[in-house]
Design a protein around this ligand. Structure first.
Ligand SMILES: [Zn+2]
Length: 429
């Protein structure tokens, strides 16, 4: 109430009248400036002028358009995104936009697939690693009876896995059989490649004629023996921890492979050593083949599969090897030592025999783990050394029989003149 009486005083009325006057003047000023703006003509001086030589164009009242120069267009492109202009989409533009939309969808699909594939690959790797770790290395004392082969190897044994896939995955883990598997697996791969090269390329690069087909085919007995021996051995050492039944089957195959290698190695040597003595050659080849089959049958008997027959098995193999060496003695008597060294690759034969016998001795005596129990669990155990020596002996033998074949081709020739003369004279008589 008090404030209203103060506002109604004559002084206040004067002040109010002054205020309203000022406000009215402000409003009028604003209206005036707005009208001035509306009525004012555009300042043509400030507009950009088009450079032209025609003087009449300046005089016309038509609006002039500025055509941008190349430099200006380039600068505008670089300066940033263009202002959006609304243009009516042509059919081509529409198709392009549709195509780009489809391309975007496809790219998204591909990216999704790539991500999914990466995820599934990651999952597979993780599950593979998990599967590889699904068993722990075991102490000798905890092994089942059929896996207790060498008591000098204390730790690092595979337990009974009971699964073929797990056995094969164990190839990539470190245990007592790792080196046994890999030594013969690498040898097997080598002896698969060597025959391919042997039969594809000419036997002698510098000779005018190639080796005769039967002379080349006889090498097959050696290649087949080596491949089967190394394959059976690799398989046995891989799956021996599956179960007693599987271990028994593959251990017999392993022995069979060794017998095949001995017989297969001997046949090409007999073929070239008694090249022109047909009946002697045939007798020896048949004899060694029969002995090989007998050894094979003997060693595949269930009784001889037990660990206590280890020495017996070794003796059988050594006996087969020595019987195979009997024709060599015959050959030396026939040709003399120096000629036997030259013709029969005697040095290679002796080296091969030495490697086999050393391997067999280490295998039977369990050296060096006998002297270092528990120290050769993973590396340098007798069986690994035996494997390495077997592969080395096979390579030496291949070199030896190749030398004999080369000598027959280059020096002696594939014909047997002495034999033909004898046969002719016999016929005449
Ligand atoms: Zn073995």
């Amino acid at each position: 109430m008090g404030s209203r009486s103060e506002n109604n005083s004559p002084n206040h009325e004067k002040e109010n009248s002054n205020k309203t006057g000022d406000e009215n003047r402000g409003v009028l000023r604003k209206r005036k400036t707005t009208l001035q703006r509306r009525n004012s003509a555009p300042n043509l001086k400030n507009l950009p002028q088009t450079p032209t030589t025609n003087s009449t164009s300046n005089r016309t009242s038509r609006p002039s358009y500025v055509i941008p120069k190349k430099e200006q267009i380039r600068n505008r492109k670089l300066s940033g995104p263009r202002p959006k202009t609304t243009r009516a989409a042509s059919p081509i533009n529409y198709k392009v936009k549709e195509y780009l939309a489809r391309a975007d969808e496809k790219i998204e699909d591909y990216l999704e697939r790539i991500v999914q594939n990466v995820d599934s690959a990651q999952f597979m790797v993780q599950s593979g690693v998990q599967k590889l770790r699904d068993w722990k290395a075991t102490h000798f004392e905890k092994l089942p009876a059929f896996l207790r082969d060498n008591n000098y190897l204390h730790f690092g044994h595979r337990p009974e896995l009971g699964n073929i896939a797990a056995c094969f995955r164990s190839i990539f883990r470190i245990h007592t059989e790792t080196a046994n598997i890999w030594t013969h697996l690498i040898g097997f791969i080598a002896f698969v490649i060597i025959p391919i090269v042997f039969y594809v390329k000419p036997f002698c690069d510098n000779c005018h004629e190639d080796i005769k087909i039967p002379d080349k085919l006889i090498f097959l007995t050696f290649f087949i023996g080596a491949i089967l021996c190394l394959a059976c051995s690799t398989l046995f050492h891989t799956v021996s921890c599956h179960s007693k039944h599987i271990s028994t089957i593959f251990s017999r195959l392993d022995y069979a492979g060794i017998a095949l290698l001995i017989v297969g190695s001997t046949i090409p040597w007999l073929y070239y050593g008694f090249y022109c003595q047909f009946y002697t050659k045939l007798t020896y080849i048949v004899a060694i083949s029969v002995l090989g089959i007998l050894t094979l049958l003997l060693l595949t008997m269930e009784k001889f599969d037990e660990p206590e027959y280890r020495t017996f098995r070794t003796i059988v193999f050594v006996a087969l090897g020595l019987v195979s060496a009997l024709p060599i003695i015959h050959f030396v008597f026939m040709n003399g030592v120096s000629e036997s060294i030259r013709q029969g690759s005697l040095v290679k034969l002796v080296t091969m025999g030495g490697l086999y016998l050393t391997g067999a001795f280490l295998y039977a005596a369990r050296i060096p783990e006998r002297w270092l129990p528990g120290k050769c669990d993973i590396w340098f155990q007798s069986h690994q050394l035996f494997h390495i020596l077997v592969v080395a002996a096979a390579f030496v033998h291949y070199h030896g029989i190749s030398e004999m074949a080369m000598r027959r081709l280059k020096d002696l020739g594939p014909q047997c003149p002495t034999l033909s003369v004898t046969l002719d004279s016999t016929n005449i008589v």
